[in-house]
Ligand binder design. Structure first.
Ligand code: ADP
Length: 638
């Protein structure tokens, strides 16, 4: 390395990644009413750093550098208006510092940032979805100094990072005897309340009581008794420092569970619910699982790191251990602490481990049961959950056959019995079914409105039979995995011949039979004309207002799914629908009496194309449809 490069490596000033600048701006402007959370965030990071050191030291004892007493120190200086959070954890190298405290590694961040509105109320909601972290220091500080050294590195490999949070930061290589990280917050003038021992103690109690490491502060000076020397301040531990999940349930308050959630998730909103369990027997482990109240901004990115914090016998092993829950439960946060796994277990080993597989099955059930309980006991809160995470739960139907029944009970649908809100459960539906109704009816469509206006709804509306309206992109795929619920078949109303069983009045059936006879030759003529487009032509029992509709084969692919596959450039198997005509409709009657071949041809094609349009389909030859329709309209004036 040349001398000039050496100097450059010693100190350099760098710009924050654009997203960091935006995040800083967002933090400062939207979190001032929650500003005290900076302490929880920095102590959480310190605790993570201690955890990581302990883990790495499992295979390299030298990293302790003769100081195995892991702790976090909290100091303040009233005069200088500073607060310092110091840990003797893993520390950072210069490269770590530049990457960790200058950029945001999460993918999709730029996209997320573009959603910011400038309205602090709304934005503070958004930041909950993003997670806070180190940068929250700038809510209360106008300058932050970080001094750090990676455990095991030479004292000359210390790093000093400094920034005023306004676009740039400097890094400098410095001497640092202690391993770990000290963060010095130079408080803004009007945030001096935090340079106070009692205030800091109460915040540690409130937010960080049950992290696994002691938080140490100097004792407050006690006024000396007359004639005695004032007592020298001494170190004291100000938190409980027992890892929360190792305690028994009745020792932990709701507030403590909530703070602990924030500690592990960096979310600043309360969780929706949680479940804390100690399992003994064949498998021995403790789990603490949380359901967040808001979806993270990158929920739909199936590639993002996810999973639980894994501990083995209270020793932290890894973050984001994804092997303990299925992909569709990627929003669950929490901890699992196993007695059975080995301390040197790796991600690869987890993948093939039978114990892990069994734990995964048990934890998955635990989460589903927790949600089931919420749904039963607090419908409003469950609805809020569904609105945030319902789409992801739907993925479960196709991914987790062993829990199909539990998952089916968690589903919520929009239906004709209500509005576009997805709030009808299959159990609700079944409870409301008509006496002789045997099936659960549904329709899939692009939108709720499109589903509601489908001609296939007409008979159901007339008979007052409830229909579920599925309009999420994933629905067509999902419903293909859900054929039955509690012994009731789920029936797509646009597929197969409609058999309403006893709900069809005898006289309606008779009428249909008669109409089929009366219209026999019409049906044959139409069939000839549309032979390359339809499979069958028949008299319908579904329509009251529309002249005709298209019906897919009972086993054909869902129309919505077909569209998605086509859009993705995939081959879709060809299948022809059936064409059903409504004998009561004046246009069909007109068609039956039509003597002019050309007009018969035009009207038949127009009815067919209309039926396709009403299903939300694209016409292959829209221009031809318009020409035919206009010809017929002009005939009106003759
Ligand atoms: P997060 O903790 O969500 O990853 P932060 O912005 O809080 O995000 O921190 C970014 C990264 O900086 C952390 O992942 C960690 O690698 C590093 N870091 C932060 N604080 C410390 C610390 N006290 N000791 C060691 N590394 C730290």
């Amino acid at each position: 390395m040349s001398t000039s490069e050496n100097i450059a490596a010693k100190q350099e000033t760098m710009g924050f990644q654009t997203e960091v600048k935006q995040l800083l701006h967002l933090m400062i402007h939207s979190l001032y009413s929650n500003k005290e959370i900076f302490l929880r965030e920095l102590i959480s990071n310190a605790s993570d750093a201690e955890d990581k050191l302990r883990f790495e030291a499992l295979s390299n004892d030298a990293l302790y550098e003769n100081d195995g007493e892991l702790k976090i120190r909290l100091d303040f200086d009233k005069e200088a208006n500073t607060v310092t959070i110091a840990d003797n954890g893993i520390g950072m190298t210069r490269d770590d510092v530049i990457a960790n405290l200058g950029t945001i590694a999460k993918s999709g961040t730029a996209d997320f940032m573009s959603k910011l509105t400038g309205d602090s109320q709304q934005d503070s909601q958004l930041i909950g979805q993003f997670g806070v972290g180190f940068y929250s220091a700038f809510i209360v500080a106008n300058k932050v100094d970080v001094f750090t050294r990676r455990a095991g590195a030479d004292a000359s490999a210390g790093v000093h990072w400094s920034s005023e949070g306004e676009g740039e930061f400097s890094v400098e290589t410095v001497e640092r005897a202690e391993r770990g990280t000290s963060i010095v917050l130079h408080l803004k003038e009007d945030e001096s309340e935090f340079a106070d021992g009692w205030r800091l103690r109460s915040l540690v109690k409130k937010y960080s009581d049950h992290i696994a490491f002691p938080v140490v502060m100097q004792s407050e000076p006690v006024p000396a008794e007359e004639g005695e020397e004032p007592k020298a301040p001494e170190d004291e531990t100000v938190n409980e420092a027992t890892a929360l999940w190792t305690m028994s349930k009745n020792e932990v308050s709701e507030d403590e569970y909530k703070s602990f959630y924030k500690h592990i998730s960096h979310d600043f909103q309360d969780p929706l619910t949680w479940s804390h369990n100690r399992v003994e027997g064949k498998l021995e482990y403790t789990s603490l699982l949380y359901i967040p109240s808001k979806a993270p901004f990158d929920l739909y990115n199936r590639e993002i790191p996810r999973g639980l914090k894994l501990y083995v016998q209270r020793v932290f092993i890894m973050d984001e251990a994804e092997q303990f829950l299925p992909l569709y439960l990627r929003f669950v946060k929490g901890i699992v602490d196993s007695k059975d796994l080995s301390l040197n277990v790796s991600r690869e080993l987890l993948q093939a481990d039978k114990t892990v597989e069994n734990m995964k099955a048990a934890l998955t059930k635990r989460v589903l049961d927790m949600l089931g309980k919420k749904a039963k006991n607090d419908a409003d809160q469950y609805q809020a959950f569904w609105d945030e995470f319902g789409q992801v739960i739907k993925e479960g139907l196709g991914e987790d056959f062993s829990n199909k029944e539990k998952l089916a009970k968690l589903l919520r649908f929009a239906s004709t019995n209500g509005n576009s809100e997805q709030n009808v459960s299959l159990e609700d539906y079944v409870a409301r079914m008509q006496e002789s109704q045997e099936k659960i009816y549904y329709v899939t469509a692009e939108t709720y409105a499109a589903g509601m206006s489908s001609p296939h709804m007409e008979i159901f509306r007339k008979k007052g039979i409830e229909v579920l309206v599925l309009s999420d992109r994933i629905d067509g795929w999902m419903i293909s995995y859900l054929t039955d619920f509690e012994g009731k078949h789920l029936q797509d109303i646009t597929k197969g011949e409609l058999d309403l069983g006893e709900m069809d009045a005898e006289e309606d059936k008779k009428q249909k039979e008669e109409a089929s006879k009366t219209y026999e030759s019409l049906l044959t003529q139409i069939k000839e004309l549309l032979s390359d487009k339809v499979d069958d032509v028949r008299v319908t029992n579904r329509l009251t207002d529309s002249p005709a509709c298209l019906v897919a084969g009972a086993h054909d692919m869902d129309a919505q799914m077909k569209k998605i596959m086509e859009a993705a450039g995939q081959q879709v198997p060809e299948s022809k629908p059936s064409f059903e005509v409504n004998p009561e409709h004046p246009l069909v009657k007109l068609l039956n009496e039509e003597q002019n071949d050309e007009r018969f041809n035009d009207l038949t094609h127009v009815l067919f194309d209309q039926a396709a349009l009403a299903m939300g389909e694209q016409l292959k030859e829209p221009g031809t449809f318009v020409t035919r329709l206009n010809k017929l309209l002009l005939d009106l004036s003759k």
